[in-house]
Ligand binder design. Sequence first.
Ligand SMILES: [Mg+2]
Length: 370
Amino acid sequence: MENIYITHVEIFKVNLPYKEPFVISLGVIESATNVVIRIRTNNNMTGMGECAPFVTIVGETQETVYELSKQIARLLIGKNPFAIEERLNEINKAIAGNYTMKSAFDMALYDLLAQKANLPLYKLLGGNNNREIYTDMTISIGPPEKVARDALAFKESGFPAIKVKLGTTTTDDVNRIKAIRKAVGNNYPIRIDANQGWNTITAINTLKALEPYNIEHCEEPVPKWNNKAMAKVRANSPIPIMADESVFDHHDAFKLASMDACDYFNIKFSKSGGIFNALKINAIAEAAGIKCQVGCMSESRFALTALMHFVLASKNVVHYDMDSSLMLAADPVVGGIQYQGKGKWILNDTIGIGATFEEDFLNSMESVII
Ligand SMILES: [Mg+2]
């Protein structure tokens, strides 16, 4: 059998401005500062991965990802790209944490494996492209009039649900939801995300106060380290609880499931380290009767395409928060998922992840080749 090994790894800093600044309880973001990895092999294959470091949640930045990626790249040269478990074990042994950085490598390795198998990635993962996938749309923190205006605009442009960023005070958060409900009517699906902004008492009080407003679920009500508090909030909340920042990998998923701390997991490659661990999180969720959502940070359409492949292979994923690329001012991605309007993403069958970046765009970004 042909001996295929990794010869080079290219690392690109990819900057993509937002259409408008995005505000959550953890800070303001004006531009996606992502990193793209391209792995090359001795038989001229290329596998690509993208990650979106979000420092207030994962503690990684474009700079840390760029630097550590060089170390990982050196580790990969000469190795078999298709033995993904072995490669990821080496990466995890060399560098602790840094799951966002690792997710770009995980993605590129899966891209290569699916190309080698001559299959779209979701087929390699045993999936089927027969579900309709609609993203919700996220509304950043703002005054009630503004969030209500945004909510109505998203409803009118056809998004099937909105996700509202909260996590301030009970009064302000309830006023936001009250204004939004008034604008969009009683039946339009609303989800909320506190991004760890509440303490236990505020979380319970706010969620109880929000009961009349027909909220689907609430993400990460309390600080991520406080799993016990989340279990307590869940036990006292009329609104289902979704773990996001508190569930990075399968170990977190197992712990939260054992503690009955949540109703849902929000899986993001930037937290899980990519597809390999995302599959494990979803397996634990299935075993525990927990449903999943997929989410994003500030990924372009490239990483969202990889996420779509995972979704199509994971029926237990029932909510889709895949809106990051819709918030970016430019779209340098070629191929991949296509936006149909009204929140709908479709994926045409292409081998591998089936997307790449415009070469001119990549060449305009700072890069290094190892
Ligand atoms: Mg969240």
